[in-house]
Ligand binder design. Structure first.
Ligand code: HEM
Length: 383
């Protein structure tokens, strides 16, 4: 009797599992087909600015300052995002000597030119956590002594060109309105509400929830072994582009990082320190750009959509060398914390475009000003 019951239960559970798998596969295929259809066809090459964007932006700034204060734990006032740095390191950005004419613009106008720069490598969270926690990893680069009129009139940043990235190709919201909704829910502690704002399934952002979950990934072996993407689009002269920075070990002496103790809270800083400061081995990257092909679905106003690399591949415009160096002193770390990166610090030839970038202009400026004022520090220009 008991045996028959177990057999019956086993068959029932097997059928249930099969049913769930079939429904899951149909849902996945339907999703692929739907987005294949929705994300197809030509897109505008110009920005399209919604009427209420300024109001949404002001509300987001209020929430951003609220989050900065929520995450303060008897520490200095940290960044609202990417609060924890693994270090700020000196770098040299060299434009390819034979760069194609069509890609020569802004800081890439002069083939062979080398810019001195600083890189801040970070974890994405607003709260400094153990590096083993799933998170996005950030890379911000600031080029120094860049001549020419800049997009922002700040005298401190008058000679800078910034590039700000993290290690995932897409963002978990499409535009400013969705960011406002999502961020406000998070600031109010409603993690589920961020992606499911109401009972109406049409308002559910399941695809964006999946992007958010994928963005919160395990740590790389070292901050210099990840690929970092701009995610949002920019101008490069007349063209619309996205950019990324990828490791380029072939351009540096061979190096195998000894295994790190990933249970230590700051093992990514330790990895950087081991390579650059102890073993004195430089790290190399390539800076690449991907041009928009507006005949295909490569939108400016939706940062949740990746531009298809098989249609428009990334091409290298510059190499980046991070020389062997000491970067981990108290003074250097404090100066690193006092730096401000902003995608809008830079030349009109590299103007950020699209809603998420327009939003970032005001938010980065406001949060940077707020934390500098609360810390009694001045906005620094070099570490
Ligand atoms: C394309 C999407 C984005 C990327 C790639 C990105 C990346 C980054 C990175 C790497 C940093 C750290 C910069 C540093 O090292 O100092 C940062 C800081 C920051 N991000 Fe973003 N971010 C994005 C979107 C946003 C959005 C939509 C907002 C909010 C509107 C935002 C708000 C901030 C703020 C407030 C800071 C700190 C600014 C400061 O205090 O200096 N980010 N972001």
């Amino acid at each position: 009797m008991l045996k028959r019951f177990w057999l019956w239960l086993g068959r029932l559970l097997g059928k249930l599992l099969l049913f769930v798998l079939v429904v899951g596969a149909i849902g996945w295929l339907a999703g692929e087909a739907y987005y294949g259809w929705k994300f197809s066809g030509p897109v505008p090459t110009e920005e399209v600015i919604p009427a209420d964007e300024a109001v949404q932006t002001r509300a987001i700034i209020e929430d951003a300052v609220r989050i900065v204060e929520q995450h303060r734990d008897n520490t200095r006032v940290l960044r609202d995002a990417h609060a924890k740095a693994h270090g700020c390191v000196k770098a040299e950005v060299s434009v390819l000597p034979d760069l194609d004419n069509s890609l020569r613009a802004g800081v890439f106008a002069e083939p062979g030119k080398t810019w001195q720069a600083v890189m801040r490598l970070s974890n994405g969270n607003a709260f400094p956590q153990f590096d083993s926690a799933r998170d996005a990893r950030g890379l911000a680069i600031k080029l120094f002594d860049v001549p020419g009129e800049k997009l922002m009139k700040s005298p401190v940043h008058a000679n800078e060109q910034d590039f700000v990235m993290f290690n995932h190709p897409v963002f978990f919201v499409r535009d400013v309105a969705e960011y406002r909704q999502n961020f406000n829910a998070q600031a109010n502690g409603q993690k589920v509400g961020a992606f499911f704002p109401g009972l109406d399934p049409r308002s559910w952002e399941i695809r964006h929830l999946i992007i958010a979950l994928k963005t919160l990934a395990p740590a790389p072996d070292s901050p210099v072994s990840a690929t970092y993407s701009s995610i949002s689009p920019y101008k490069l002269g007349q063209a619309n582009i996205k950019y990324r920075v990828i490791p380029d070990p072939q351009s540096c002496p061979p190096y195998a990082l000894p295994e790190q103790n990933t249970a230590l809270p700051n093992f990514l800083r330790n990895a950087l320190y081991q390579q650059l400061s102890l073993d004195r081995v430089p790290a190399c990257f390539a800076f690449q750009v991907q041009k928009q092909n507006a005949q295909h679905y490569m939108p400016i106003e939706d940062t949740s959509v990746e531009w298809d690399e098989s249609i428009s591949p990334f091409v290298t415009v510059a190499t980046i060398k991070v020389p062997a160096q000491d970067f981990d002193s108290r003074e250097q770390n404090l100066a690193c914390d006092n730096l401000s990166f902003n995608p809008w610090h830079g030349l009109p030839e590299h103007r950020p475009i699209g809603g998420i970038n327009r939003l970032r202009k005001a938010v980065y400026e406001a949060v940077s000003a707020y934390r500098h004022e609360r810390n009694g520090a001045s906005d620094a220009t070099s570490p």
